[in-house]
Design a protein around this ligand. Structure first.
Ligand code: PMP
Length: 367
């Protein structure tokens, strides 16, 4: 039996999606950058598998062309706007984003001939702003204020689109479910296919919630509810408290986090339909996250940002909850490149009250 047929038989996919997976894997040629998004490897983190007795598997989303998981959402949102007739050649794409969605949008806008306008909080790493400009985007760094404030970067992005009127789209990643659908249509099926359905649990953190909700929806549907799904939250995000309080309390914002791109103050439209599918939530402290950034580098040669490290800490905790013999999947959202001047700086680590264990201290290479 050919490999493609075996894949079809084992994954029980509709032919069209398996064809797409197989063709993308074996032909080697894709028609432009947007088609190079997705189909990322699922890496077994062998040191952590050995530690836990479980298979710890991580989707290497840093291998997307824009360098993050958000390329998938950006493409899905633009495709959706085109299908709806909201975007045509020469149009403008406008978004409020902490960076990665903007980078994904900027790449795709260049490839498809759209103008890209990005509003982002001015607390984000400066290298993200430079990259967006370099990709041809018009960037507006604005004060970081709460969502309830009309000056929040999301509202400013929306107002900009309204000013432009026709052929301008506010992509609205937080509440546009084309974001979540990207993961129902691609990330979830890829995980199912790559593990041949041998997956017991999925865990990841949420920014918009698109990744978590989409993958959770797909894996729950495909496994008839068998795959357990755990939401991982950094300090300062309300979702952990919300789930632990049986969806009563959205007010617990205690603490703050070094992670960028994750943590949420509300239940977004991308998350709301999947909130009842969540089996449990985990709160991951920054000290564990930063140690995992360094451990992944030291033991696996994997150089990822803090949200990825937090996800891996959560996967290890889920493995401990389930016990040996299980298979736990998580997501490596982006690489450490954009954050290296922070994550590997002695001064920055000290300013955050974080310590690096002696055996990893050699990676603190910046003052
Ligand atoms: N990690 C990083 C680095 C991100 O930029 C984001 C998106 N803001 C996420 C994780 C969370 O992804 P999602 O929006 O799908 O919840």
């Amino acid at each position: 039996m050919s490999f493609v047929r075996k894949l079809r038989a084992s994954a029980k996919f509709p032919f069209s999606s398996v064809n797409r997976l197989a063709i993308r894997t074996f032909s080697g040629i894709v028609q432009g950058l947007p088609e190079a998004i997705g189909q990322t490897p699922l890496i077994e983190l062998k040191s952590l598998s050995a530690l836990t007795g479980c298979k710890i598997l991580a989707k290497s989303e840093f291998q997307n062309p824009g360098g993050s998981i958000k390329d998938r959402a950006a493409l899905s949102i633009i495709d959706d706007a085109e299908r709806r007739g909201q975007l045509s050649p020469g149009g403008t794409v406008i978004e409020g984003t902490a960076g990665n969605t903007g980078i994904g949008l900027a790449h795709i806008c260049r490839a498809r001939g759209y103008k890209c306008v990005i509003y982002m909080p001015n607390t984000q790493a400066p290298s993200k702003i430079n990259l967006l400009k370099l990709l041809g985007a018009e960037v507006h760094p604005v004060p970081a204020v709460a969502y309830t404030n009309p000056q929040n970067y999301n509202h400013l992005a929306k107002a900009h689109a309204e000013r432009l009127g026709s052929n301008a789209v506010w992509t609205n990643q937080f509440d546009n479910i084309a974001n979540r659908n990207a993961h129902i249509e691609t990330t979830g099926p890829e995980i199912w296919s790559q593990t041949a359905g041998q997956v017991d649990a999925f865990t990841c953190s949420t920014g918009t919630g698109g990744t978590f909700a989409g993958v959770t929806r797909y894996l729950k549907d495909k496994s008839q509810g068998r795959v357990k799904c755990y939401l991982a939250d950094p300090p300062g995000s309300v979702l952990y408290g919300y789930i632990k309080s049986n969806k009563q309390d959205l007010s617990d914002r205690k603490g703050s986090s070094i992670t960028e791109g994750i943590g949420q103050g509300r239940v977004t439209d991308n998350l709301v339909q999947e909130i009842d599918l969540i089996d449990d939530a985990l709160k991951i402290e920054d000290q564990k996250t930063i140690e995992m950034v360094y451990e992944l580098l030291d033991k696996e040669g994997i150089y990822v940002g803090a949200s990825s490290a937090l996800n891996v800490v959560a996967a290890v905790e889920v493995a401990r909850i389930l016990g040996p013999g299980h298979s736990v999947v998580t997501v490596l959202c982006d690489s450490a490149h954009k954050y290296s001047d922070r994550l590997f700086s002695k001064t920055w680590l000290e300013s955050k009250g974080l310590t690096i264990p002696d055996h990893l201290a050699k990676y603190v290479v910046l003052d």
